[in-house]
Design a protein around this ligand. Structure first.
Ligand code: G6P
Ligand code: MG
Length: 216
């Protein structure tokens, strides 16, 4: 009768969404164009190469596969430079408190992130010890909205998807949770989180009891 919680990382537990945006914007600007905040919403939860391809489409720029690899490396080097200086102060409000309360209630917790940099971020922000399982961009072959990352997390926690609750700040992530037949708590603004079972501004605004009540 166990339940499990699956947490996205960027924009849910830590404020890295702003660094992704800065690094992609710098790359686009270096290619001679820009993209909007609304377009940036579409990048959230989407893996690195797919994000680059969307940005190049928006700029009307064509690059070979080899050039795309090089551009993704430029963006990632810039981004890693930013996150390497992160501290626990950049953990979003309520994150540690909620993760600790879930653990105290015996509820298992996994990370479900598209990022290949999750290890560095969890280490820098001192969150790693709070997880029973980690699934990130190094363990999956598809990008959200495909549910693979969350299905793998549910498997590692030995919990049926119908008894899993996903926490997501991205529309692609909400879609992935729904495709995986899981419940989903949206983090942020309701207009960016269509289909979420509930939307809260951050993790300080939801309790273990409210989370449990989402199942059955
Ligand atoms: C998260 C972010 C995306 C990012 C993706 C891959 O899902 O929301 O903006 O593109 O991770 O991150 P990475 O660190 O591997 O480039
Ligand atoms: Mg996110």
């Amino acid at each position: 009768n166990n339940i499990a919680c699956l947490f996205d990382l960027d924009g849910v537990l830590v404020d890295t969404a702003v660094y992704h945006y800065q690094a992609w914007k710098a790359l686009a600007n270096s290619l001679g164009f820009d993209f909007t905040k609304a377009q940036n919403e579409q990048l959230k939860g989407v893996n690195r190469m797919r994000s680059l391809q969307l940005i190049l489409e928006w700029g009307g720029v064509q690059k070979t596969a080899e050039e795309q690899e090089a551009l993704a490396t430029v963006k990632n080097d810039n981004y890693v430079g930013m996150i390497s200086k992160m501290t626990a102060a950049e953990v979003l409000p309520g994150s540690v408190e909620l993760l600790e309360a879930l653990r105290a209630a015996g509820i298992k917790i996994a990370l479900g992130s598209a990022s290949k940099n999750s290890g560095l971020i969890l280490e820098r922000t001192n969150l790693a010890h709070l997880f029973d399982a980690i699934v990130d961009g190094n363990h999956v072959t598809t990008s959200k909205p495909d549910p693979e990352v969350f299905i793998k997390g549910a498997e590692l926690l030995d919990t049926d998807p119908s008894r899993c609750i996903v926490f997501e700040d991205a529309q692609a992530g909400v879609q992935a949770a729904i495709a995986g037949k899981m419940k989903v708590v949206g983090i942020g603004e309701p207009e960016n989180l269509t289909g979420a079972d509930v939307v809260v501004k951050d993790l300080s605004a939801i309790t273990v009891e409210e989370i449990k009540a989402l199942i059955n």
